[in-house]
Design a protein around this ligand. Structure first.
Ligand SMILES: Nc1ncnc2c1ncn2[C@@H]1O[C@H](COP(=O)(O)OP(=O)(O)O)[C@@H](O)[C@H]1O
Ligand SMILES: [Mg+2]
Length: 223
């Protein structure tokens, strides 16, 4: 379960406080997804970062499975993120010196030991169509393949919440559609809560309700 209640975010600027998020509320259960659209700079990443406990709200509350992660201390927050949150960013953020398989396993190296993780990593890489690339380095993959590794890595901990911030933003149309197809099939199978930020109406329509962030408010979109 993900519940966000009246989440607001203000940044200070020389011209005075900037209200980026204005009482945003969300309520999602496992298996549900949502897409968020909106112009550049409207606060989409800020919202995802707050939901993913990479940033703090100025006011309001976030609950994930009944826990308010922003109330935890820094070490507890890191453990919480590791266990419950999977991120896919526009840039794949893979470690260039590690193999595909090792990259997928990085969340397990820093978190709780998990004896089943190597087998799960191989299964996930099979699901994303990269079984034949386990020993490749990220530099030996195409952009779409790298993003598929990033998706497998985001799912290795079987997270409650999968947050995708413009996951196809750097890809050509064909690779972007393939990543989109993959996310849709993984959502059904893994029953996570997924939130996708995208500029593509075509992609947005495939993931549950489409919302638009405008003037800090989250509203239904007509696309
Ligand atoms: N650390 C920060 N300090 C001040 N302003 C920030 C900071 N991070 C983001 N912003 C501002 O907040 C707004 C929203 O940013 P962001 O969430 O990245 O937008 P989006 O992802 O929708 O493009 C932007 O105007 C940006 O300049
Ligand atoms: Mg952004």
């Amino acid at each position: 379960m993900l519940q966000a209640s009246n989440v607001s975010k203000t940044y200070d600027s020389p011209a005075g406080p900037l209200l980026i998020l204005d009482r945003v509320s969300l309520d999602l259960s496992s298996g549900q997804s949502l897409s968020i659209m909106g112009p550049s700079g409207c606060g989409k990443s800020t919202l995802l970062n707050i939901l993913g406990v990479l940033d703090v709200p100025s006011s309001g509350a976030v609950r994930v499975n009944g826990v308010e992660p922003h109330k935890l201390n820094a070490a507890q927050q890191a453990a919480f993120r590791n266990q419950h949150i999977g991120f896919v960013f526009q840039d794949h953020c893979l470690l260039p010196q590690l193999s595909v398989l090792e990259n997928v396993l990085t969340p397990v190296l820093v978190g709780q030991p998990d004896a089943q993780a190597p087998a799960r990593a191989r299964r996930l890489l099979e699901e994303v169509g990269l079984s034949a690339r386990l020993d490749h380095r990220p530099g030996q993959l195409s952009g779409g393949e790298r993003q598929r590794v990033a998706i497998a890595r985001a799912l290795i901990r079987q997270p409650t919440l999968l947050l995708c911030d413009e996951p196809t933003g750097n890809l050509d149309h064909r690779s972007g559609t393939a990543v989109c197809d993959l996310l849709a099939s993984l959502l059904t199978e893994h029953q996570t809560i997924m939130i996708i930020v995208t500029h593509s109406p075509e992609m947005a329509r495939r993931f549950g309700d489409v919302l638009r962030l405008e003037d800090g408010r989250l509203c239904a979109s007509s696309i």
